[in-house]
Design a protein around this ligand. Structure first.
Ligand code: PLP
Length: 508
């Protein structure tokens, strides 16, 4: 049963003052969602518009506009002299328990009728961008340091390309990508990640997300079993679901994906999605014996391994770990995925696949059908960026900066939370995950923190199965100053205390 509040908790209304959505609409959305999810039950008395306006620090007209709209739609009733109440007449069929912490978007049921079976699956797939990954504020875990993007160099390289006519910019390009860039990437991957590949095996795509989507479309049929990490990245789960495949959540422990557990759950899965260099979100590196076990299993069963190597350019303290693809000497079962989202910027929308030679043509055709090819201009600039040595320099510079920020975040978390949380050991990347106890509610914490200007990913949302869920906070550190990190951690610790003492729950 959902918890029903007797006094309206402030966290029911989530306001984002930087969002384009007007504040009255945000209040309306929050209250409507809370009513539909029965967090505000029929007959519940709302605070007066004046009280709510004071608490939310908005004008009374803003609150009144939201109340009026909800009353007009039948969610609220006003009784003169008594106040405003949640209507008893909200039809039962609308009162679904929440499927996620995200308020439902406009009338999915109406559009659903128009959609194909595939379209319905896609539209019901959990949103990838659920926790505000677009907003640059502490502790968004998805972003590199955007201030440190090499703007001046990029502008110079772009200007040089534009200052003379360029045949490559005058028509369509190769669907597999701009050849000089593919050559640069192949050299880089061989040296830095021990990936075995020739340039022709590299297919340039619009980020890791498109790589996952393409691979799943090409290599699985609806109903096929696909192992994903439990917990794992939202985007991966969304792509597997959208492909119509059957998700098999495989536990991750301190050695990474538990291959034996996966085989016990579904020994003949068609494909496995894995982040061996730096597991997302727990941060562990897959142990060598597990890597070998996984490769042996895939070679035996003829299954595919999608190796998502999204952020391993940044390793701290230890030497880079070689890729799984590089270990797969004879099998050709690994499809390696890389992205420039963490090294440079997610706004570029550039990433790549390294596919075994027999799959090159199929992936190239699929990419052409999807969007012909990724933008040539950005690929050219990036190729020049590599060729002039800027890529390697940028990684070296950022690694130092990130190592510092990472230590700052660890210290800030320790200072704010004491020993009440566990910081997951992690050697790489741009985020840290902290584990909260069973009594915490990371969804409610994320929601309340968002109202206070703090973004994070609640760990429990990254699990597929309810029984496996652990509470925790996935925190990015790359883009934020020392003060932002320290103050952010203090605010976050205060939010955790507030949620724990209020007993508010965002759980279904
Ligand atoms: C596990 C994982 N893979 C890949 C990505 C990057 O996706 P893209 O390259 O589409 O931006 C992310 C982004 O946060 C991620 O967490």
């Amino acid at each position: 049963m959902p918890k029903v509040a007797t006094q309206m908790p402030l966290s029911v209304v989530a306001l984002d003052r930087r969002a384009e959505t007007p504040l009255f609409r945000q209040i309306y959305d929050s209250l409507r969602t809370a009513i539909l999810q029965q967090r505000l039950a029929p007959g519940f008395k709302l605070p007066s518009s004046r009280e709510l306006a004071v608490e939310l620090k908005v004008s009374r007209n803003t609150v009144t506009a939201a109340f009026d709209q909800l009353a007009a739609e039948g969610y609220l009733v006003s009784r003169t002299g008594a106040g405003t109440f949640v209507s008893d007449a909200v039809p039962d069929e609308f009162q679904q328990p929440p499927k996620s912490a995200r308020p439902p978007s406009a009338a999915p049921d109406e559009t659903d009728r128009e959609l194909s079976r595939r379209g319905k699956i896609i539209s019901r797939t959990a949103a990838i961008f659920e926790y505000g990954s677009r907003v640059v504020r502490p502790f968004n875990p998805c972003l590199p340091n955007i201030q440190e993007f090499p703007y001046r160099i990029w502008a110079r390289l772009a200007a040089r390309r534009l200052n003379r006519p360029n045949r490559s910019l005058q028509g369509y390009g190769d669907p597999a990508g701009y050849e000089p860039l593919r050559r640069e990437i192949a050299v880089y991957l061989g040296a830095a990640r021990a990936v075995r590949c020739e340039p022709r095996q590299i297919i340039i795509v619009s980020g890791a997300q498109q790589a996952l989507d393409l691979a799943l479309r090409l290599l699985t049929d609806p109903g096929d079993a696909v192992w994903i990490e439990e917990p794992g990245n939202f985007g991966t789960r969304a792509a597997v679901t959208a492909a119509g495949a059957r998700i098999v959540p495989v536990p991750v422990d301190e050695e990474g994906l538990d291959v034996e557990a996966g085989a016990a759950l579904d020994a003949r899965a068609r494909l496995v999605c894995v982040t061996p260099s730096h597991q997302y979100p727990l941060g562990v590196t897959m142990a060598l014996k597990r890597r070998i076990e996984l490769l042996k299993w895939a070679n035996r069963t003829g299954s595919w391994i999608l190796e998502d190597d999204y952020d391993s350019e940044y390793r701290y303290g230890s030497r880079p770990v070689a890729s799984l693809q590089g270990l797969d000497a004879r099998g050709g079962r690994v499809i390696y995925i890389g992205t420039f989202s963490k090294v440079l910027s997610p706004a570029l929308r550039l990433g790549y696949l390294v596919v075994p030679p027999p799959l090159i043509d199929s992936f190239t055709t699929a990419k052409a059908i999807l969007d012909r090819h990724s933008p040539i201009f950005e690929q050219m600039i990036l190729a020049d960026f590599f060729a002039e040595g800027h890529f390697a320099r940028h990684i070296r510079r950022m690694r130092e900066l990130y190592a510092e920020r990472r230590e700052l975040l660890k210290a800030a978390v320790r200072a704010a939370f004491g020993e009440t949380v566990e910081i997951m050991p992690s050697e790489a990347g741009l985020h840290l995950t902290i584990l909260l106890g069973d009594k915490s509610d990371d969804l409610a914490i994320a929601r309340r923190a968002a109202e206070l200007g703090i973004n994070l990913e609640p760990l429990s949302a990254l699990y597929t199965e309810e029984k496996n869920k652990k509470n925790g906070l996935v925190l990015g550190f790359a883009s934020f100053s020392e003060t932002e990190i320290r103050e952010g951690a203090e605010k976050l610790a205060a939010v955790c205390r507030e949620i724990q003492s209020s007993g508010v729950s965002a759980r279904p």
